[in-house]
Design a binder for this molecule. Sequence first.
Ligand SMILES: [Zn+2]
Length: 444
Amino acid sequence: MRVTYWCEHAWLGTHTEPGVALDVSDGRLTAVRTGADTPPPDAVPLRGLTLPGLANTHSHAFHRALRGTVQVGSGTFWTWREVMYQVASRLTPDSYFALARAVYAEMALAGITAVGEFHYLHHAPGGTPYAEPNAMGEALIAAAGEAGIRITLLDTAYLSSGFGAAPDRHQRRFSDGTAEAWAERAAGLKDRDGVRIGAAIHSVRAVPADQLSTVARWAADRRAPLHVHLSEQTAENDACLAAHGRTPTRLLADHGVLGPRTTGVHNTHLTDEDIALLGGTGTGTCMCPTTERDLADGIGPAVALQRAGSPLSLGSDSHAVIDLLEEARAMELDERLRSRTRGHWTAAALLHAATAQGHAALGWPEAGRLEAGALADFTTIALDTVRTAGPVPRLAAETAVFAASAADVRHTVVGGRHVVRDGVHRLVPDVPRALTESIAALHR
Ligand SMILES: [Zn+2]
C-alpha cells in the first residue's frame, strides 16, 4: 500500500518545517519531502503540526479503571495500592481485553502509536494458571491490535510481596512461583506484526535477589527490552538496604540487570552512586510525572540522570491522565519548581523523550522519527484550537509541548494506517462508551 500524507507543518527532530510530504509504502516512510507548499495530488492532508508517533513507555492498562475513584480521601502510595488491588482481583481475560481495547484506543486518540505494557496480572484469582497460560497477555496484545497501536508486552516477573516473603492474597495471581517458571511461561509469547515481547522485573521487592539474573538472562538471550520499577518509594530503598545492605540500583547492577536495553521506571529516590551506575551502564529512565505527582512519590533526578548518560522516556503509568504532552512538559515544569530556574530541556529534547527515546526503550528503534526508512508512525496536533491557536509557525513544537493537550490530537497514523482521522478513532467507534462499559463492569 502506497500513500502520501501532506503535513501543513512537521517537526523534523531539530526544527519545525512548513509543507512536508511523507511518502509511505508498506508501513514505512520512503521519503520525507520538504518544500511542499501545497498538498500533492491524492495526498491526505494533515492540518496542524505533525510529530513522530508518541511512545507511552510505561502503562498498566487496568489502572485506567481507578481514575476518579482514587481521588477521594488522603493516604500514600501504599493506601492507593489497596484500591488498585481490588480492581485487579476482578479482571478476567475477557474483561481485561475490553478494558485494554478502550484504554489503548484512548491512547491512539492522544497521539500514542506504541505502548509498553508492564504486565503482571498473569493468572486467575488465587494464582491458578489459565488453560492458556498467557491468556491475559494475549488479551492485551489483541486489545492493542484492535485499537490500532503497537505494543511491547513487558511480561513481568512478580514473585514476592517483599524481599522473599510469599505473595499476599492479591498478589498470588501475579506470581509464577519462581523466575524459572516465569521464564518458561513468558517464552510462550512471540513477537509478531505490531507486537514485541519484552521482560520486566516488577521491583527488587517482588523478585528475590537470587532470581534477578534469570530474568535478566532471558531478556539478554532475546535482545529484548527489560524494564524494572526502581526506587519509586523510599520505603523500598529502606527495606532493600535492610535486606541486602545496598540500594536497589546497586542490587540490580550486582545481578547483571543494568545495561542499554534496560529501563528503570521512576528512578525517583537515588543516591549519587545510583545515578552514576545507571548513567554509566546506559540504563534508561522512564519518568511518569503525572503518576508520580498523583501518588505523591516525589520528583526524580531526571536532569542528573540524563547528564550521567541515562536516556529519558515517558509513560502515563497509572493513567491518572493519558497525555504524553503533559508528561513531557511536567518533567521540565517539576524541575523548574524544584530548582527555581527554567529551561532544563528544550521542547525538542522533551519531544525526543516522548518519541525516539521512548520507542527505543520499547524495542522499536526504527520508530519515533520522521525520516526515510522509519516506521510510518506519526500524529498531528491541531494548531487552531483555543489552546493552540496563534503560534509563530516556527515555534509550533514549543506550543504543542507547553500548551497543547491530548484533546488537540487530530490524526494518528500507525504503520501508514490512518487510525485516528479528524479526531475520530476509525477502529473503535465510540471510545468513551467503550471505557464506560468496560469500567462499569469492573465496579459492579
Ligand atoms: Zn508502574
